[in-house]
Design a protein around this ligand. Structure first.
Ligand code: NAP
Length: 294
């Protein structure tokens, strides 16, 4: 069994991005600029946004954080999105999800200019991804594809089982793995909460990608000997072992599943760090107008 070191691969990617930023600056071009909208003060969202801003600083990007109170209105948020859409200095921006109930998430996402939608959540970017056209691919699924590539995992003709069909992880993941490209060509099974006899599917997976958000849900009896296992799950569970009073748990029962795998991602240190690096990559592409030329 070998661990997939997402932290290491993420740092390598961030170094490449930092080098590109230095080159842009030397050429007198503008500094890539990522903005983030954060509504409320949910602990998880605060942590994710803080990591994204810190990562921006590390690679030499400019970053802006716009904070709104939990009870803000949809109108105020749409106005903020409009301002960022029209700010020539902002190359790309994200609206940290989830949003409070009074705000229609779809409406907010659809109001973002596709050329600045570096999270890759806008229907135009999702559609372009499906059609194999240049686009921003949702950060977590792209990060996973990159990890598999870095660890030279053969995907062609393999059976990939994805658990979870969310718009931001499971669904785009299944599409990427099935694509007719050297990073895809898998036969894909997409499982969800209505799937019958989940184990019969997972047991035949050469590559098993778990994104359901249910701590330690996947046990050793559900995994084929020699499988490559990717754990996307990050659920905060209470812990007396950490200063913060919580720790992150994946969807895989790591201790019993790991010995059966050829490769496995840990939580933390697997998929999580890649998500941030992928977002930086999308922002650099936005700054260079690689996806949507001006
Ligand atoms: P989500 O929107 O809640 O979707 C969960 C999916 O899992 C749904 O499709 C659901 O099925 C399915 N599911 C739930 N229970 C199941 C069960 N018992 N058997 C089979 N399928 C089941 O979650 P998400 O946003 O995709 O996130 C999933 C996990 O990944 C969470 O822990 C999240 O924190 C984590 N995450 C991590 C990163 C990272 O960077 N590491 C990024 C994004 C998300 P239905 O559709 O039928 O309800």
């Amino acid at each position: 069994m070998q661990l997939i070191d997402g932290k290491k691969i993420s740092l390598e990617l961030q170094e490449e991005i930092a080098l590109e930023v230095r080159k842009l600056k030397e050429q007198g071009k503008k500094t890539p600029h990522l903005a983030a909208i954060l509504v409320g003060s949910d602990g998880g969202s605060e942590t994710y946004v803080a990591s994204k801003i810190k990562a921006c600083e590390k690679v030499g990007f400019k970053s802006t954080l716009l904070r709104f109170p939990q009870y803000t209105t949809e109108e105020k948020l749409l106005h903020a999105v409009h301002e960022l859409n029209n700010d020539p200095d902002v190359d790309g921006f994200i609206v940290q999800l989830p949003l409070p109930r009074q705000i229609n998430e779809h409406k907010i996402i659809e109001s973002i200019l596709p050329s600045k939608d570096v999270d890759g959540f806008h229907p135009i970017n999702v559609g372009r991804m499906v059609l194999n056209l240049p686009c921003y691919v949702s950060a977590t699924p792209w990060g996973i594809v990159h990890l598999l590539h870095q660890y030279k995992v053969e995907t062609s003709g393999k059976h990939c089982v994805v658990i979870g069909r969310s718009h931001i992880v499971g669904s785009p993941m299944s599409i990427l793995m099935a694509k007719n490209t050297h990073l895809g060509n898998c036969t894909v099974t997409l499982c969800h909460s209505k799937t019958k006899d989940l184990k019969s599917h997972t047991l035949s997976a050469d590559i098993l990608i778990c994104a359901l958000g249910s701590p330690e849900f996947v046990t050793a009896d559900m995994v084929k000997e020699g499988a490559v296992v990717i754990d996307v799950g990050t659920t905060r569970v209470e812990s007396t072992e950490t200063k913060s009073g919580y720790k992150l748990k994946g969807d895989i029962k790591f201790d019993e599943v790991a010995p059966k795998c050829s490769l496995i991602t840990p939580v933390p240190g697997g998929v999580g760090p890649m998500t941030i690096a992928s977002l930086l990559r999308n922002t650099l592409m936005a700054a260079k107008k690689e996806v949507y030329p001006a």
